[in-house]
Every structure is written in structure tokens, then in C-alpha cells.
Design a protein around this ligand. Structure first.
Ligand code: PLP
Length: 523
């Protein structure tokens, strides 16, 4: 091992520790402080601000007047800042390290995006302001819409949906409106087995009966099974491309032609657009509606980092049914069209998805990202994302089973299974081990078509150094799980909390806090 002149090792070193670390008096570890609930550290008579007493007014609440104290804990300003800062340090984030969650596209959020989104002309405006005073913001929505339509080769786009799943709802509502407009009541939506859970949920929410389409052994939609099921009762097929096995659906055009010939529509789940942006236009593949997760493909923050945004691109057949409002350019003015009139050339909107125009902060960030890459840069994004995923796939397939590794390169995510781990060792053990190694776990047990699935998506923003560290960590965990290293079953050892009973937490969540003193008194 070589040392830098500061005396730090230049390469990560395995740290051997006994699994029973010596206890500290406080429960704190190194500079990570153990944090209690705000109910435990706060007090009802502490506050960070001083308010003058409220003036005496005659109460009009009648019997609704509160009789007890509200009982909310208070903290001083400094205690508040520390409480939430400590909690935030227990949260893993894309700004701390690689976030390999497959199907989530957790990529770096460029600081330029943040700078632009915070400009007062975008950040400090109100949706009810006169349109003449927000022309710049409307221009951003219009320009972003133009890019999305161009990149996807589609007819138009509904900008207002606020997440991928919300976009699915928008797309299916447009499909339902189009079918109703032609007096064609259809009741079934077909969804491949490997679909993201939001797809069947959306279809069911819209009142459709959901039927599964099986996958072929190479991880793609079974074309023959799909064709055999098409008929006069099928409203739509929902397909993810690239799919959740990290593979491109090569038969997409054949599928679309067959679906259209049967009078149905093609919904494409575009959450994985990152892998094909600038290279494939879904419009050319016969797609009728597809959501784009701006928070995945176009790098806007998500998860704990911020809200999503899920514009839906639409084919000419569905465009007349798009939701309100939308931005139009008339002469030199941008107009937010809020209502349609009977003689309006737009036709038969199904209604609205949201109160206003959508997620402005995400539009600004996504357009900044698009403009800072340019058309050629976006093409490179897809290439680099696919290269990074294949680097992980090929670097680990000798220690981890890659169920579709034999069917050629993957797209933007590498899929492994638990096959070959020692008896009694599971995907969960590897995921928990990753926490000790400093990485957020990968997506696990999804897609359902692969036993003990581990789905890893590095995205294009990770460097080779970062990928190599991650590969080293996952390789070591795979080797331990294959060798039957019992210690792995207890991981994580170094996290603020050890392994939890996740089933109990999901089935019987404890969502309210009871003062232990009162609980004792009640006994
Ligand atoms: C993320 C994702 C969704 C849902 O998108 P949200 O923005 O989280 O609602 C749907 N399908 C796939 C394949 C996804 O990866």
C-alpha cells in the first residue's frame, strides 16, 4: 500500500473489526450522534420564537374548541437545527455517493440546474400572476415541450403530470377518452410480467381489468402470447422500453402494429428513456403515449431530494384528448390555455391532472440540463449510461449470476440473481452488506421475473473510479455470500440501526408516539 504524503492510504483497505464494537456511554459513534425522536427531546414549554399573546376574541368554535393543550414538543432554534441536521446525516444521498438503485436513475443533479431554478424570475413567481408578467416561465415550458416532442418523435406533450405514475394515469385517461369518443368500450389492459408495479396499479385505478403477458426466457415480452391475447376487449398494452430487465424490446414496432391492428393503443413506460435518449424515438416505434420522468432522464432531484415531474408525450391520435392547461405561442406571446371552447381546434380534452401547469422548478432544471448537453451531449448520455452498466455486468458476472447476461449487452442497468449463493444466504444479505461498505443498496427483488433479483443502475454520471469501488464492494459481498460467511447475515453492523424486521415494520407500522410516562400510567 502506498501512502500519500498526508499519510492516508491511496487505496481502500479492508477494515477488520470484531462484530461487537465496544459500547460508548452515550450511544454516539465517532462523530455520528445518536438522535432521539423530537417528542423525546422537545418539551411543550420550549419554543424557538416569541409570539405576543393572541388578542382576546370571542370564540366561534363552539363545541369544537380545544379543551387540552395541543401537546406539540418545541425546541430552541439551535436544537431544531441540530436535530434535523443530525437526521439528515443519517440519510444517504446522491451527493454523498453512488446510488445504484435500478429503475430509479439516481444521477447527479448538476449545480447549474439548481442555480437557474433559483433565479427569482422562476423561483419567486405565483401561478395566479397575470400571464403577461410570467412570459419567461411560459417560454421555458414551451421550449422544454418542444425538446421532449423532438427527442421522442411524438406529436405533442402534456406537461402537467407530477410524476411517472401520474403520467401513466394521464396517458391511460387520454386512451380511455379516445376510445369513448369513438364509442368503443374496452375493458382490459395488458401488462408484461416484468412491468413496474405502477403500470398495473394505474390500469386498475382507471377501472380496467389487468392481464399479464408472460416473458420469454431471454427476458423480453412474449410476442406470440401478446398477439394471441389481443382482441376487441383490449384497450391498451403497457410496455416498458428498455424494460425492467435492462433489455431493449426489439419487437416494439411489431408489437405496436399488432396492437393498432386490434384497435388498441400502446402505452410505453418511458422511465428508462435515459438509456435511449438521442438514439431512439419512441414515436418511430408506434408508441401512442409515454411518460418521461424528468427526475430520472433529465437529472432533476427526486426521492428525498425533491418532487418529480412526468410529462406525457402523445401521438396524433391521442393529442386531442390531452389535459389542460397547455402553453401555446401566438405571435410573440406565450399563452397558458386554461379552457377549451367548443370551436377550439384542440377538441376533446379529458380534463385536468393538476390545479396549475405542473412542476415549474423541475421544468427549469430539466431544460437547463438539456441545453447544457445539447443534442449531441444527450446522445452521449445514453451511450455512457449503457457503457457503465455493461462494465458492471461484465465485471461481476463471474461471481454473481446474470440471468440474461448471455443474451448480449444490457441497456442502462445490470441484473443479477441470487442463484449460486450459499444455502441460507439471500439478496437481502448482500444489500445489507452494501450499507456497511458505504453504498446505498441496489434495487432488490425486482423485477419479479428473476429470483432474488439485484438490479443495478450506475447512470452515466459515475466515474470509472466510483464504479470500480462499487464493483469491489459487491464482489467481496458476493464472495462472502457464496462462501457462507455467517457474519454477513447480521449486516449492517456500522449503520445507525442494525437489521430491522422489515416485514413487521411494513405490516404493523408504529405511526404514532405515546409518551412512555402516560403509557405506564395507563397500565
Ligand atoms: C420510476 C418508475 C416509474 C414510476 O415513476 P414515478 O416518477 O416514481 O412515479 C414507473 N415505471 C418505471 C419502470 C420506473 O422506473
Amino acid at each position: 500500500m502506498t501512502m500519500l504524503k498526508e499519510g492516508r492510504p491511496t487505496a481502500p483497505q479492508a477494515v477488520a473489526t470484531g462484530h461487537m464494537l465496544p459500547a460508548t456511554a452515550t450511544g454516539n459513534r465517532a462523530l455520528m450522534l445518536e438522535e432521539a425522536l423530537i417528542f423525546e427531546i422537545g418539551s411543550t414549554d420550549t419554543t424557538g420564537v416569541d409570539f405576543a399573546d393572541a388578542p382576546q376574541v370571542a370564540s366561534r368554535l363552539g363545541s369544537l374548541t380545544r379543551t387540552d393543550a395541543i401537546g406539540l414538543p418545541g425546541l430552541s432554534e439551535q436544537e431544531t437545527v441540530r436535530h434535523y441536521t443530525r437526521l439528515s446525516r443519517q440519510n444517504y444521498a446522491i451527493d454523498l455517493g453512488l446510488f445504484p438503485l435500478g429503475s430509479c436513475t439516481m444521477k447527479h443533479n448538476p449545480r447549474l440546474n439548481e442555480k437557474v431554478a433559483r433565479m427569482p424570475g422562476f423561483a419567486d413567481i405565483h401561478p395566479l400572476q397575470p400571464q403577461s408578467t410570467v412570459q419567461g416561465a411560459l417560454a421555458v415550458i414551451h421550449e422544454l415541450a418542444r425538446w421532449l416532442v423532438t427527442l421522442t418523435g411524438m406529436h405533442s406533450v402534456a406537461m402537467s403530470p407530477k410524476a411517472g405514475a401520474h403520467g401513466e394515469l394521464c396517458g391511460l385517461l387520454a386512451i380511455r377518452a379516445a376510445l369513448e369518443a369513438r364509442g368503443d368500450a374496452r375493458s382490459v389492459v395488458l401488462v408484461p410480467e416484468s412491468a413496474h408495479g405502477t403500470n398495473p396499479a394505474t390500469a386498475a385505478f382507471c377501472g380496467y381489468k389487468v392481464e399479464d403477458i408472460p416473458a420469454t426466457p431471454d427476458g423480453r415480452v412474449d410476442l406470440e402470447a401478446l398477439k394471441a391475447r389481443l382482441g376487441a376487449d383490449v384497450a391498451a398494452v403497457m410496455i416498458t422500453n428498455p424494460n425492467t430487465c435492462g433489455l431493449f424490446e426489439r419487437d416494439m414496432k411489431v408489437i405496436s402494429d399488432a396492437v393498432h391492428a386490434a384497435g388498441a393503443f400502446v402505452y410505453c413506460d418511458g422511465a428508462n428513456f435515459n438509456a435511449i435518449v438521442g438514439r431512439v424515438r419512441p414515436g418511430d416505434l408506434g408508441v401512442d403515449a409515454m411518460h418521461i420522468n424528468l427526475h430520472k432522464t433529465f437529472s432533476t432531484p427526486h426521492g428525498g431530494g425533491g418532487p418529480g415531474s412526468g410529462p406525457v408525450v402523445l401521438s396524433a391520435a391521442l393529442a386531442p384528448f390531452a389535459p389542460l392547461p397547455f402553453v401555446e405561442k401566438q405571435d410573440d406571446q406565450f399563452i397558458l390555455v386554461e379552457e377549451e371552447t367548443a370551436q377550439d381546434h384542440h377538441g376533446q380534452t379529458f380534463g385536468r391532472m393538476v390545479a396549475f401547469h405542473g412542476q415549474m422548478g423541475m421544468f427549469t432544471r430539466a431544460l437547463t440540463y438539456i441545453l447544457s448537453h445539447g443534442a449531441d451531449g444527450l446522445r452521449q448520455v445514453a451511450g455512457d449510461a449503457v457503457l457503465n452498466a455493461n462494465y458492471i455486468l461484465r465485471s461481476l458476472e463471474d461471481v454473481l449470476d446474470a440471468p440474461f447476461g448471455g443474451s448480449g449487452p444490457c441497456m442502462h442497468e445490470a441484473l443479477f440473481s441470487d442463484k449460486g449463493l450459499a444455502e441460507g444466504f439471500t439478496t437481502l444479505d448482500i444489500a445489507k452488506g452494501l450499507i456497511d461498505e458505504g453504498f446505498h443498496p441496489m434495487t432488490m427483488y425486482f423485477p419479479l421475473v428473476v429470483h432474488g433479483a439485484m438490479l443495478v443502475e450506475p447512470t452515466e454520471t459515475e466515474s470509472k473510479v466510483a464504479l470500480d469501488q462499487f464493483i469491489m464492494a459487491l464482489r467481496s459481498l458476493a464472495e462472502r455470500a457464496k462462501a457462507g460467511d455467517e457474519a454477513l447475515k447480521g449486516a449492517p453492523y456500522h449503520a445507525p440501526r442494525r437489521r430491522l424486521d422489515e416485514t413487521l415494520a411494513a405490516r404493523k407500522p408504529v405511526l404514532s408516539w405515546t409518551d412512555p410516562a402516560l403509557a405506564v400510567a395507563a397500565e
